[in-house]
Each structure stands twice: as structure tokens, then as C-alpha cells.
Design a protein. Sequence first.
Length: 469
Amino acid sequence: MRLENCNATFNRVALGGGIVHFGGSSSSSSSSSSSSPPSGEPDNEVPCGNIGTLELHGVSLQDSYACYGGVMLAAGSVQRIAITASSWIRSSAVYPFCERTWQENGLQGPVVAVPGTSDLMSQQAGSGGVLLVGGSVGSLALDGGSVVERNFASVTGTVISVGGDVGSVEVNGADLSRNTYTLRTPEKGAVYAAGAIDRIQVLNSTLTDNWGGVFYAVGNITSAVFANSSAQRTRFPVLQSKSSIGSVVITNGSTLSYNSVDYFVGGAVLRAAGGVGSFIVTNGSSVDGNTALSEAGIGGAILVGGHLAYLEVSGSSTLSRNNARGSGGAVFAGSMGAALITDRASVVGNVAGDASLINSNSVTDASPYAQASGGAIYVNTTLDSLELSRGARMDGNQASQDGGALYARVLMQLRVQSASLSSNVAVLGGGGAVAMAGIDQQVGVGQGRVDVGKAYMCTACSSSGIFGP
């Protein structure tokens, strides 16, 4: 199906698909100047199977309202969805109070006896600000200068909610911004998949002020690339998986900054309940100023519940000025393989704890968040290696408790070569730069600048060397 060069405004239906509804109750829509929630019985049933291609080409769609899928509802799967050619989709909404609306009109609640969609509706009322797909989506593309903004959902997917897997998502030369949510389930993303997402590419695009996060998968996310793009002022993670994430690359001057998590735990840029294969920031990119300021906030920018196999900041990129109320001002991981900071990269000015108290020298043992450790990086168990090299800086990070720059229960290897590890502060604890419970192999420093005195703290080390109590 292709919609081309058309305009639609103030479309309202009682249940699903403000403009087009496949496989359920309504394909017709009623035009009105009112923006109040819809009411009334379902329209005629229009049976439909899976959809091959759904293309919105040069269209302007705004102010469409429904209980599911503000613009379109598909009960089955869709092979390809494309929003292209400077399309503009704005102010579509799915209502947070559909159940009350139905009850006021004598209906029986969220389960509506419409063939092909009743299960979908009962499970996902308030989902899909623009599109709701009950099955899977092969590919989703937003490109060609298109703008998708100011759409609203109360449950999942402020732009699109998918009931299965998504093969690929590509945002290229587009604007996906200012899509929002209610506080019912605030972290479920602009693009939501109840299954996995195989590939995400954000190229030459802007993702701004999405209050609910951007990409959310219940299953795995295989890979994600941000190139010459920005994701800023997003509330809740830009990228989130309830399972694991394979690889993330932020490159070509991309900026993922000033995002925040105000409720629940942290990870304003990335949150994964399981492991992450790699997280790379390179080629003049930045992950700066992200915050996790809730009472449970850990990992201001990155929160990995399992194993983070590889972390790299390189090519004059920055991981700086991030803040978590708890441990891990920038990064919190259950365990970590290799961390590499190299080639003039900077990891500076990150804070674990209450930044205002730390900066005013007011932290005491009784202060809130006084136990926060790892100003830049916190590893809950073992960190295999940390290398700073080729003009990299890991300076000026702060923690309320231990490890101004880094805390790891066990550190296998630390190497500082032609790099700077200085001016880090552990306010109440030890290890102004690095704190660890034990080290199993070696620490090496050559041709670099490392703070003396309380730079390192090791509570169970077998060798003395450069370590101090």
C-alpha cells in the first residue's frame, strides 16, 4: 500500500487506526475539528491478512486519534514500512483512558469481539502513537527529510509499537523528535518491539526530546550504529533491551548527550538487562552530560546488567560530564572485558554521587548517595583490562566513595602509556584514580602522567609497587 502526496487532519476512530485499519474494525475515518477522545461503537469489520509494503511518500498526516495506532493499525505482520520524501507526521495519539471511554459508551472494556484484532487490542490499548503492528516488521525506514514529531502513546511505542520482531530500523536524513508518553509506562521507546530488533542505523539524523526513550526491544538488539547524528534531551534510554545488545558504534561526530533517566535505574544512552558485546565511541563523537538522578540511579550514560565485553573511546571522542546519583558516573557494568581509551580521547568530569554536594565539598558519611563509587566507570565484579594510551585523558572524575575514575572489584590489568590519569577524586574513600578489591596480574605506567599518593587503592593485593593504602 502506498499513500502519496496526501494530507489528512483531525481523523478520529473509536478503537484502532485513526486513518487506515487492516484486519479489524475500521478502515474508514471521520473528520472533525474536535481533538477530544473518540467514542462510540466499532465500525464495520475489514478483514485483511499480512501486508507486504506500507509506504508513506510525501504525505502530511496530523491530529489523528485512536485507542491503538494513531494513524494505522495492522493486526498481522508488515514486510516493509517506509516513511519518506519529506513526509510529515505530527500529533497522532493513542489515548491513555480508552477503557474508561469504552465503559462510558456501554462497551465491555478492552476486549472487543472483532475478528483478527481482539487479542491485539486487549494487550496493547494505548500503544503505537502512529503505527501499531500486531505481528512482526521486516524493515522500518524513515528517510528523505521526513519528520515524525509530537506523537503520543500511553503504553508502548510513541511512534510505532510492534508485537513481534523487527528486522531493521533505518533513520536516514530525518527528524524523530518530541514524541512523548504518559507516566503509565514511561520508558517504552518511540520504536518498541515486543521481540528482537536485528539492526538499527541512525545516519545524518536528529533524535531530540523523545520523552520515553527511542529504541526499545524486549528481545535482543543485534547491532546499532549512530553516524553523524544526534540524540539529545531524551528522557529514558536512547537504546534499551530487556535482554542483550550485540554491538553499538557511535561515530562520525555523533552526539548522544544531555539525556536523562529520572525514574527507575540509569543508563540514559544505553541500558541492557543482559550483556553487551561492544560499545564504541569514535571519530570525534561525544557521549556527554547524561544523567541518572533517581534514587536508584546507576550508570549515568551506560548501564549493563551483565557482561560488557569491550568498551572503547577513541579518535578525539569524549565520554565526559556524565552523572549518576549512585555508582558509575558514566558506565556501570556487572563485569567487563577490555576497556580502551586511546588516540586523544577524553573521559573527564564524570561524577558518581550528588554532584552539588561533591562540588561544594559538603559530602559526609551521612550524605545521600555517600556510598557511590567509580566516578567514570564502575565494574561490579571483574575488569579484565583498562588501557589508556596515545594522548588519552582520564582526568577530573569524582566519586563520593571509592575510585574517583574507576572502581572494580577485581582488576586484572591496568596500563597507562603516553596518557593522563590525574586529578581524580574519591571524596570519602580511597583510590583517587582507581580503587579495587584485588589485582591478579599487573599494573604498568610508562611515559604517562599519573597522580601520586592516593592514586590507587587495593585492599587485597599480593604486591606493593605503586599501590598505597
